[in-house]
Design a protein around this ligand. Structure first.
Ligand code: GDP
Length: 195
């Protein structure tokens, strides 16, 4: 998709702060450092629009990026970040749970995993949790440029197996460094959001 307009339109912790214009939403989730901000920036052709989890003192908010006045990317704070206190983690859990379980505009979650590693326990918990709520998940294996092309398929198979992936959930590869997989990612997203 050609992105002509993309802006951080809403920042929310509570439901009252979510957008009210009823555009379809795609939430993006993944472990800190998986490449989520790089993914968002690459997909939107905007360097530095999305925050990175390496940023000290960043706030735990849901960030709504409005795209072409047609849909939202909802950046969910990364999980598994070591430097987060118990209280912060509990607040994170509550905020995410409320959003993912109650939000009608949410059409799918795009969950990022690192193509080089087997999904962690946190990744598995997140995936299972979304399946429990019946949310369609688009899995994206990031940093594909870090391993040779000949190894992609083997890694994707291992990822699907570890997560016990449902057949209807797509699993794509992606590289923010090269832009590889970008067109396919957009096609899959638009298809899921029916926009
Ligand atoms: P986030 O914490 O999930 O938002 O992750 P970031 O987008 O900040 O990325 C974490 C690190 O991985 C940064 O140093 C990025 O430059 C790097 N990175 C992210 N995506 C890719 C990718 O596709 N290829 C390569 N080689 N590095 C990447």
């Amino acid at each position: 998709m050609k992105v002509t307009k993309a802006e951080l339109a809403h920042v929310a912790v509570k439901a009252e702060q979510y957008p009210k214009n009823q555009l379809p939403e795609l939430a993006l989730a993944g472990r800190s450092n998986v490449g989520k901000s790089s993914f968002i920036n690459k997909m939107l052709n905007r360097k530095g629009l999305a925050r990175t989890s390496g940023q000290p003192g960043k706030t735990q908010t849901l960030n709504f990026y409005e795209i072409n006045e047609r849909l939202y990317f909802v950046d969910v704070p990364g999980y598994g970040y070591a430097k987060v206190s118990k209280t912060e983690r509990a607040a994170w859990g509550k905020m995410i749970e409320t959003y993912l379980s109650e939000r009608e505009e949410l059409k799918a979650v795009l969950q990022l995993v690192d193509i080089r590693h087997r999904p962690s326990e946190d990744d598995q918990l997140m995936y299972n949790w979304m399946k429990h709520y019946g949310i369609p998940v688009i899995l994206v294996a990031t940093k594909a440029d870090k391993i040779p092309k000949g190894k992609w398929q083997k890694q994707l198979t291992a990822i699907a197996k570890t997560l016990d992936k449902e057949a209807s959930d797509p699993l794509l590869f992606f590289s923010s460094a090269t832009g590889l997989g970008k067109d396919e990612a957009w096609r899959t997203i638009l298809n899921h959001l029916k926009v």
